[in-house]
Design a protein around this ligand. Structure first.
Ligand SMILES: Cc1ncc(COP(=O)(O)O)c(C=O)c1O
Length: 407
C-alpha cells in the first residue's frame, strides 16, 4: 500500500487493539458526552497540554534567554521530530498555526499571472476555496472548481475529472488529501503524477491526514503539503506544518508566511520560525503529541480508528437503512453518510440538527449540507467504542419522527 492511501487490506472484522473508554480519561472530554467529531478541531490529551504549559512556564521564567537562546533550537528540534514522523527532513518542515495558514503561505506567495488557472475540486475546504478566490481576484488568475459527484464511485472518477480539467493554463492544483465535508481520501499520488507531468504545481491540503493515515511525504512528490497537528495527532490548537519539497525548485524559494517579520528572505524555514512575539508552545509541544500517539500504538492506533469508523458506519447504515457514499478504499477515520431524515437541506438546518443532538442527547456530531443534500460525518479516535455509534443510531432511529428537534 502507498503510505497516505486508504489501506485496502483491512476488513471491518479485524480485531481492535485495547483502546476505547478505558483510556478516555487521557483527554479532558466531558463525562457522559458521545464525541463523534474529533475531525473538526481535534481534542488534546492532558499530557500534551501539560507539556505545552511547561514550555509556557519555561518562557516566563527567563523571557529573554528563552526567546533568544532557547526557542530557535527548540523549534528546530521539534520540527525534526515531526519530520521524522512524516518521512521528511526537519529542514523542509516549517511550523504554521493551522492548515489554513499553510495554504495561505503558498497561495499568497505565488506570483500568479492574469489567465493562470488555479484548479481544485468542488470538495475543497471553504476557507481554502476563499483563499483561492482572494488571490485570483488580486492577480487576474482564474479559479477552476471541478465538480466531483458525491456519492463518489471511486478514486478513478476523481482522477478522470480532475485530469480532464487540466489545461495548458493550469498553474496550480490545490487538492485535499482528505476532504472535509465528504470525508474522502483522495488519490493524491495519482493526481500529483498527472499534474507534474504537465508542469502544474501541486499543493496538498492534508489538514486531516497526519495521525489518521501513515505519511511518507517525499513519496507524494508534491511541491507543498500542509497538515494539522491539532486534529488527529492530538497536538495543541495552533500546531500545523507546511512541507516544502526540497526536490521542487518552487517550493522553498520566495514562499513566505502570511506575517512578514525579521527573517524575510532568509532561507526556508527561518522565516516561518519567528513571526513576532507570540506563544510558540503549540509547536514546541508537538513532540509530546507524537510520543502520546506512539505510546497508544502509533500506526496501530490509526488503523484502530479507521476500522472503528467503518464498523460504526456499518451500524448506522444497517440501523437507518442508508447507503454508503464512498467505496472502502476512500475511507479514513471520518466517514460521511446521508442524513436519514427528509428535512429541507440548508446550512441552518444542519446546525439546528447538530445543536439538537448536543442539547438533547449530549452527542457531538457534524451535520452538514453538501451539494443540496444533508449528511452527517462520524469520526473515530482511540477513546471511542462501537456503542457510541450504536447510541447515535438508536437516537436517530427513535427520534427522527419528531424532527426537527431530534427528540
Ligand atoms: C480539508 C481541510 N482543509 C483545511 C482545514 C482547516 O483547518 P484549520 O482550521 O486547522 O486551518 C480543514 C479543517 O477541518 C479541512 O478539513
Amino acid at each position: 500500500m502507498d503510505k497516505g492511501s486508504a489501506p485496502a487490506t483491512e476488513s471491518a472484522d479485524a480485531p481492535l487493539p485495547r483502546l476505547g473508554r478505558s483510556i478516555r480519561r487521557e483527554w479532558l472530554l466531558e463525562e457522559g458526552m458521545i464525541f463523534l467529531n474529533h475531525g473538526s478541531f481535534g481534542a488534546t490529551p492532558r499530557r500534551v497540554l501539560r507539556a505545552q504549559q511547561d514550555w509556557r512556564l519555561a518562557l516566563e521564567r527567563q523571557p529573554i534567554h528563552f526567546m533568544i537562546d532557547i526557542l530557535p533550537a527548540a523549534l528546530r528540534t521539534a520540527a525534526s521530530e515531526l519530520a521524522a514522523f512524516l518521512g521528511a527532513t526537519g529542514q523542509d518542515v516549517a511550523f504554521v498555526d493551522n492548515a489554513t495558514t499553510g495554504v495561505n503561505s503558498v497561495l499568497r506567495s505565488l506570483r500568479l499571472q492574469p489567465g493562470d488557472e488555479v484548479l481544485t475540486t468542488s470538495h475543497v475546504y471553504p476557507a481554502v476555496g476563499k483563499t483561492i478566490s482572494y488571490v485570483c481576484r488580486r492577480t487576474g488568475a482564474v479559479p477552476v472548481h471541478v465538480a466531483v459527484p458525491f456519492p463518489c464511485a471511486g478514486p478513478q472518477e476523481v482522477v478522470d475529472r480532475v485530469v480532464r480539467a487540466m489545461t495548458p493554463r493550469t498553474r496550480l492544483l490545490v487538492i485535499d488529501h482528505i476532504t472535509s465535508a465528504t470525508a474522502l481520501v483522495l488519490p493524491v499520488h495519482e493526481l500529483t503524477r498527472e499534474a507534474r507531468q504537465r508542469g502544474i504545481l501541486v499543493l496538498v491540503d492534508g489538514a486531516h491526514a497526519p495521525g489518521m493515515l501513515p505519511l511518507d511525504l517525499p513519496t507524494f512528490a508534491t511541491d507543498w503539503y500542509t497538515g494539522n497537528c491539532h486534529k488527529w495527532l492530538c497536538g495543541c490548537k495552533g500546531s500545523a506544518f507546511l512541507w516544502g519539497n526540497p526536490e521542487s525548485e518552487a517550493a522553498q524559494s520566495d514562499i513566505h508566511p502570511p506575517v512578514i517579520s525579521h527573517f524575510l528572505d532568509e532561507n526556508w524555514p527561518a522565516e516561518f520560525d519567528f513571526i513576532g512575539t507570540r506563544d510558540y508552545s503549540p509547536w514546541l509541544s508537538v513532540p509530546e503529541a507524537l510520543r502520546f500517539l506512539q505510546d497508544l500504538g502509533g500506526e496501530r492506533v490509526m488503523e484502530h480508528n479507521r476500522i472503528l469508523a467503518r464498523k460504526g458506519a456499518l451500524v448506522l447504515q444497517s440501523t437507518l437503512g442508508i447507503a454508503p457514499a464512498a467505496p472502502e478504499s476512500m475511507l479514513g477515520s471520518i466517514i460521511t453518510l446521508p442524513w436519514p431524515g427528509t428535512e429541507t437541506p440548508s446550512d441552518e438546518m444542519a446546525q439546528d440538527l447538530r445543536r439538537a443532538l448536543w442539547e438533547n442527547h449530549r452527542i457531538e456530531l457534524m451535520v452538514l449540507c453538501f451539494d443540496g443534500r444533508l449528511w452527517f460525518r462520524i469520526s473515530a479516535h482511540a477513546y471511542n467504542e462501537i456503542d457510541d455509534y450504536e447510541r447515535l443510531a438508536e437516537v436517530l432511529q427513535t427520534h427522527l419522527p419528531s424532527r426537527p428537534g431530534v427528540g
